[in-house]
Design a protein. Sequence first.
Length: 244
Amino acid sequence: MRKSVIAILAVFAVFALLALPAAAEDLSTDKIILVFGNGYSDTNPDKVTISFGVETINPDAKKAQSENAEAMNKVIAALKKAGIKDENIKTSGYSIYSYEISEYQTGKWDIGTTVYEVTNTVQVISYEVDKAGSYIDAAVDAGANKVNSLQFGLSNEKQIIERNKAIISAVKSAKADADSVSSALGIKITGTGKISVDQSYNAVSYPNVNLKTEAMGAVMDSASTAIESGKLKTTATVSIVYTY
C-alpha cells in the first residue's frame, strides 16, 4: 500500500515538473498592450420632458380641490390642443395638506386661518423639441402656475445612433494610443484580446422653474417663451487589449 502511494506521488511530481516550464513559457509569451479610449458625439435633442403644476389654496378643502381639478383639466386640454398626445401626458404627483396663515404670509386670509393647499402635477413628453416654449405658454395661459422641470433628451432610436458614434470615436482613440506605443517600442500589433465598453449620455435639465400665480399675467403679456435646447453629448469609454 505504501509503495502504491509513493508511486502515485512520484507521478504527480513528474507532471508538476513538466507543467512548470509550460506555465513559465505562457507568461513569457503574454505580450499585450492595454489601452483605454474616450469618445463622444454631439447632437441636437429630439425629446423634451416638461413638468407642469397647478397649486390652489382655500380655507375650504373641498373648494381648493375642485378649483384645482377645474384648472388642471383646462391645462391638460390646452396641452393636447398644442399637440401633446394623450399617451404622453401622465399625472406625476398629487398632494393636499393644511397649514395656518402666519404673520410672514400676507394674502387674502387673516393670520391664524387654516388653509388647504392642493397641488397637482403632470408630466408631458414631446418629440417636437422646438415647441417647448409654446407648450409652456399654453399651459400657463390655461391655469398652470408652476413649471417644475424642463429636460431635453434623446429618443431611444437616436440614443442608439449616437452611442454607436461615440463608441467608434472611443475605439479610434484607443487604437491611436496602441499604435503610438507599438511604434515607439518597434513592435507589431498582431491582434486583440479582451474588449469592454461603457457608455452614457447626459440630458440637459432646468429643474425647479416655478411660476407663481401673481406672475402669470406678466408672463403671458410678454413675448412667447423662448427655449434653447443646445447640444447633447453622448460619451463612451472602451478598454482594449492588443497583442503583439
